[in-house]
Design a protein around this ligand. Structure first.
Ligand code: SF4
Length: 450
């Protein structure tokens, strides 16, 4: 997600900001811009480049804009353009647009309530639920209506909401999904990842705090607390896999934390081998850390075709498998005749890992030792990452030995939860916790019946 307030080139900068975050979702994208009187929307299915190839930015004039890249999750599958965000709602007097990342866990119950009382919802997204809660609020102004609606929803979420004259920015009370604020001159920018700030020339100001609603307008920035500040539970998978290495999350650089995970992994699970290699791109940092700690050489044993999307962020298993086949190749000159330590950031469904072990063997590796730079993922995520059932999680249904055999490796080891925490958490105060529920089963937010 990206938002900007108070800049002549709001839509163009949003376009660049979305580019920097393309890895967060590849199914669709859109931008809504405000010229102070009306909101205009351009959106479509596909990558940022494709959707905006023929967009006329002269028609997207305005000093405020929000944008989104779509990644469908639990209960929100499908590739209809209607579900691509931002979602824009118009009434006779005003318009409002929403960009949302995460998952509203009580969306089904709220949807039923809204429909029972006469609301007609047009998409399957939980974002629309928040829009209707705001619309039906009896509060006198939008700010109070948003606070009232936020107090009804539970889950992991970040929202950027745009009206003609204001922008609203918020994260859930645990701050599970990341959202930061930066500045370009006098203009405010908001992004899921700080790497987007670097691309548009913005400087980082601060993170949006758990349970905080920020209102940005011509009067400047105002902060409201809509919920008690709970312990921060920033998603560990942001560090492990999702975020770009040049992003900082909770003041910790993603590359540095991955490298440290690799080092911890080498301490915990050393192995006699000739080379260390990492699965590009998100495992490279951990592989460098493993190599540094173990004293083994790091080599580029696997290369990636840059023009194929991420395998994990695809809506169906069929697309994922096709994606893996097309995107990774072993480097024979590096791995032939060698005992290879292959570092991967995580194993979710096992598709990629098994395929890469086979590719390395076909390229002549005599041994393949798989080391995973995060703990086993054994529980579903209900907070906006597409791991919705235990059935699909290979580590939840197999012992370590069985899993090692399934992926065809000579040995397999995971990083411990403690090792991962050492690499991510600087201190364990109330402000510094992480969510690791998919690994530990300790969910920071639960909703009965959902
Ligand atoms: S359950 Fe896992 S993927 Fe989901 S928010 Fe927590 S750490 Fe992230």
């Amino acid at each position: 997600m990206f938002g900007i307030w108070g800049h002549e080139k709001a839509a163009e900068l949003t376009y660049y900001g979305l580019h920097a975050q393309q890895h967060r979702g590849q199914e669709g994208t859109g931008i809504v811009v405000s010229d102070g009187e009306t909101l205009k929307l351009h959106k479509g299915l596909g990558l940022v480049n494709d959707v905006f190839k023929h967009a006329n930015f002269k028609e997207l004039q305005g000093r405020a804009a929000i944008g989104h890249v779509r990644y469908s999750t639990l209960g929100d599958k499908g590739t209809e353009v209607d579900s691509v965000q931002p979602l824009l709602f118009r009434s006779q007097t005003t318009s409002i647009a929403f960009a949302h990342s995460g998952n509203i866990m009580n969306a089904h119950a709220l949807r039923r309530e809204l429909e029972d009382s006469g609301s007609i919802l047009q998409t399957s997204t939980d974002t629309e639920v928040l829009a209707h809660l705001i619309k039906r609020s009896t509060q006198a102004n939008t700010e109070d209506a948003i606070v009232e609606a936020l107090q009804k929803i539970a889950g992991a979420y970040t929202f950027i909401i745009l009206k003609e004259d204001k922008m609203y920015v918020t994260t859930d009370p645990h701050g599970i999904r990341p959202l930061s604020i930066g500045k370009i001159g006098e203009a405010y920018v908001v992004a899921s990842e700080t790497s987007a700030f670097d691309l548009v020339g913005a400087t980082f100001e601060r993170e949006v705090l758990p349970g905080e609603l920020i209102v940005i307008s011509e009067e400047g920035l105002k902060s409201i607390r809509f919920a008690m500040r709970e312990q921060r539970k920033l998603c560990a998978m942001e560090y492990v896999y999702l975020s770009r290495p040049d992003s900082d999350l909770n003041h910790v650089n993603v590359h540095a934390s991955r490298k440290k995970m690799g080092k911890e992994l080498a301490k915990e699970s050393p192995v006699e081998a000739d080379v260390v290699t990492g699965v590009p791109d998100s495992s490279i940092s951990a592989a460098i850390g493993y190599a540094e700690q173990s004293g083994l050489p790091y080599e580029m044993g696997i290369i990636k075709n840059r023009y194929i999307g991420r395998t994990f962020i695809q809506p169906s298993q069929e697309l994922r498998e096709q994606g893996v086949k097309m995107k990774l190749s072993p480097v024979r000159g590096i791995v032939e005749g060698k005992r290879v330590v292959m570092i991967d950031d995580s194993i979710v469904r096992g598709t990629t890992c098994k395929r890469i072990v086979r590719l390395l063997r076909e390229a002549g590796a005599v041994e393949v030792h798989v080391r995973i730079a995060s703990p086993p993922i054994e529980n579903p995520c209900f907070y906006g990452i597409d791991m919705s059932t235990k059935k699909e999680l290979i580590a939840a249904n197999n012992s370590l030995d069985a899993l090692c055999e399934m992926i065809g490796a000579d040995s397999l080891a995971y990083l411990s939860v403690e090792g991962m925490e050492k690499a991510i958490v600087r201190d364990k105060t109330i402000h510094q916790g992480i969510c690791s529920a998919c690994m530990t089963g300790k969910y920071p937010v639960t909703v009965s019946g959902e």
